[in-house]
Design a protein around this ligand. Structure first.
Ligand code: PLP
Length: 396
């Protein structure tokens, strides 16, 4: 290491001292209900692989077929090297699934947010954003030259005040942005009331449905479908790295919006497309969701069963309306110790989440339920929480 970068050593040490250092576990093998973590077989409660598609043979087969037909790499950005038919196929399949005019794919959900926000608003415009929105929205907002206003989590009353202020200040365009499902608590944005408020002030609405896709709405069609708001939400952002089981992001909306993003979405113009094999896996996963609600139904019955066992055992599982199940513990050190005990003594992999990801004193273990879990997995998981929880005095 050169001496000029030596200061980062102190920064890393400071993270360790404050208990904020991320330990990254090494997984040997695919994502699924069980994992091998550092050589130990564990029950997996950590991944966003809601439907178990990350290792589905149908996705693997589609990816292999695309490798054979299109090769490995996309060559360059699509405006220069051209768009492969498989990318167009995915965008059309997603548009049908979401019930929108058009979609455009990006390398990730993160890239989709960085593309769409600065493309829509700039100097003279105002963005109004929920205080708990995802980091990629925060960064997309920063990349735009629009003024920003924050409203308290899901508080539509204050959102209306901010909208009124923005209009009084002479904003040109106003863009309201919210996550659809908030990933730390599993609660939903009141998107129906947000859209009503935005309509009253002629503001655009954007929802990031990363944790809602493949989960909420009919057959996992997302939060716009859940609230029956088709045609009333201007921008939907999605990811294919969670329920869809692969990788990649997209924006869904009107034909005009998508055409604009092909011209002015910077991650589209200046970063190469998703690889054809990943795109083919995404197409297969949209087809699976389109043809049957079986996986989505199983996800919901699994999460209802697990939540009931945890509530009956006396755990506080928060305010989730989705398969995200936060086990609320409060104290940061307690949450870390609980997670360590689960992994080392019960072979259950469930991550502690603490400040700054959530507020101080709101530490928790977040359990991510999947359609891939069997009834025995869920029973074993709940029993492990009870065993560790008794030793730590969390439940009796
Ligand atoms: C996970 C997530 C993203 C990022 O998606 P990637 O495809 O992993 O980049 C963006 N927004 C929200 C709300 C998310 O939860």
């Amino acid at each position: 290491m050169t001496e000029k970068t030596a200061f980062v050593r102190d920064e890393v040490q400071a993270l360790k001292d404050q208990g904020l250092y991320n330990t990254i576990r090494t997984i040997d093998g695919p994502q699924g209900a069980h994992l091998t973590v550092n050589g130990q077989k564990v029950l997996n409660f950590c991944s966003n692989n809601y439907l178990g598609l990350a290792n589905d043979p149908r996705l693997i087969e589609a990816a292999i077929a695309a490798l054979n037909r299109y090769g490995v790499g996309p060559g360059a950005v699509r405006t220069i090297a051209g768009t492969m038919t498989i990318h167009t196929e995915l965008e059309e399949a997603l548009a049908r699934f979401k019930g929108v005019e058009a979609t455009i794919s990006f390398q990730s959900g993160f890239a989709a947010n960085l593309a769409v926000i600065p493309a829509l608003v700039g100097a003279g415009d105002v963005i109004i954003s929920d205080e708990l929105n995802h980091a990629s929205i925060v960064d997309g907002v920063r990349l735009s030259k629009a003024a920003r206003k924050i409203y308290p989590h899901n508080d539509v009353g204050v959102l209306r005040e901010r909208l009124a202020e923005a209009r009084e200040e002479g904003a040109n365009q106003i863009l309201v942005i919210t996550d659809g499902v908030f990933s730390m608590d599993g609660d939903l944005a009141p998107l129906d009331r947000i859209v009503d408020a935005a309509d009253d002030f002629d503001a655009m609405v954007m929802v990031d449905d990363a944790h809602g896709e493949g989960v909420v709405g009919r057959g996992g069609r997302g939060i716009v479908d859940h609230f029956g708001l088709h045609g009333r939400v201007d921008v939907e952002v999605g990811t294919m790295s969670k329920a869809f089981g692969a990788v990649g992001g997209y924006v869904a909306g009107s034909e005009e919006l998508i055409e604009w993003l092909r011209q002015r979405g910077r991650p589209f113009l200046f970063s190469s497309a998703i690889t054809p094999s990943d795109v083919a896996a995404c197409v297969a996963s949209v087809e699976i969701l389109d043809s049957s609600t079986e996986l989505v139904d199983r996800l919901w019955s699994n999460s209802a069963a697990f939540k009931a066992m945890m509530s009956d055992a006396g755990f506080d599982i928060g305010v989730s309306e989705t398969p995200i199940t936060p086990v609320m513990l409060g104290d940061e050190h307690l949450a870390r110790e609980f997670s360590r005990k689960l992994l080392e003594e019960q072979s259950v992999f469930a991550q502690a989440i603490a400040f700054p990801t959530v507020a101080r004193g709101k530490a928790r273990i977040r359990v991510m339920i999947s359609a891939a879990h069997s009834a025995e997995d869920l029973e074993m998981g709940a029993a492990s929480f009870v065993a560790a929880g008794r030793e730590l005095g969390v439940v009796t």
